[in-house]
Ligand binder design. Sequence first.
Ligand SMILES: [Zn+2]
Length: 469
Amino acid sequence: MYTFKSRFRGTSALILFFVLAAGSATARQANPETDPDAAWIGAHAVTAKALIDAAMADSAAWDRLAYLTDTFGPRFSGSENLENAIAWILEEMERDGLENIRGEPVMVPHWVRGEEKLILLEPHERELLVLGLGGSIGTGPGGVTGEVLVVNSYDDLAARRDQARGKIILWNVPFTSYGATVNYRSNGAVRAAEAGAIASLVRSVGPFSMYTPHTGNSRYDEEVPRIPHAAVTVEDAMMMQRMQDRGQTVRIRLEMGGQWLPDALSHNVVGEIVGSEYPEEIIVLGGHIDSWDVGTGAMDDAGGCVAAWEALRLMKAMGLTPKRTIRVVMWTNEENGLRGGNAYRDAHIDELDNHILAMESDAGLFKPRGFGFSGSEAAFDVLTQIGTLLEELESGTVTKGGGGADIGPIMAEGVPGMGLNVDGSKYFWYHHTNADYVDKLDPDDVARSVATMAVFAWVVADMEQRLPR
Ligand SMILES: [Zn+2]
């Protein structure tokens, strides 16, 4: 058993603190007489409750998220919007009184989609919505015109390989899970080109559609010719499937202006509350500040950035200084490169041994449930106890396994990591679409997310002993 619990049992100061805490806190607390865990965790109950109440008191977090996303719009890597948003955040952090505020330089890839158009030519003529997938080559000015071959899987294409040459392959793969379905978005162009196709279309990766195409990243293989790759709506994918099933010829023209520009300068955004006793020990929390070039990237992932940032702002406003340093990081270029997460690891490689915990929110600020944690059993036990402080929000459940793309590089170096778990039922309705706006998020859920990040970060930063690895 981890010795953390026994170390403080019987410490009179702590018991006094607990008694005081128990007298005033309304958070549910275990009885220290019967529960050996209660003494240490109970000592944090008052502050945890105060953080929850402060986060839930108003819609400040939602308002800040709305301001950020309305004012700067989508924040694609290489865009002015992204750097303008970062500059504004750095200024606001100064106003909030955070410390060691800086933008850490990162060179990011710079792809631009240009003009895009998809025309159905047969069986009737009409313009359909289309969204190129990140990194796709363009079609050239005349576009690509051809007959569509609809397939449902890699096996299906293999079975129809003799019909694929010179066609435009449409991957009509219904959403099951993101992980399973996104494979066709990532690899569809390569697999279609291998079969001799001249372009590749993917049914948008999402479980529900109001005629919203979803973009996202895709890849090429050096051994395989590069062909244009774009997403169509679920509705159009199903329509073209029906046409094919009836024996109708489906002909389209696809025009895409995607191209690569030289790498651009971006920044990871960093701000801190410096710890009073162990300033070199760091709790990192954040999200990614870049987004796709559509919608406003409110849930993916301005929300994660704002939730972490608001956690620090609240602590500062409440005059709280933890024993360890709490650092908010908004990583850049998660969507099409992960350069921010990698650059953070490289820039901070010498302090990773003192990175106590890394927390990321990148699943939208829907109603939070808790965290998925990757780390030691001993740390999991401590975090589970911290979760009891969030019972009133039902957001303190810690499950095994979790993290985030941006904290992945430092987790690979041994830093314990965890990702905010939320109600995931609607995230992929809006993910990477023009509909990713702040109105999809409930101000109360946003506030709950702030409280959840704040309580975990605060207790890990302020408890007597460092979270075990
Ligand atoms: Zn994201």
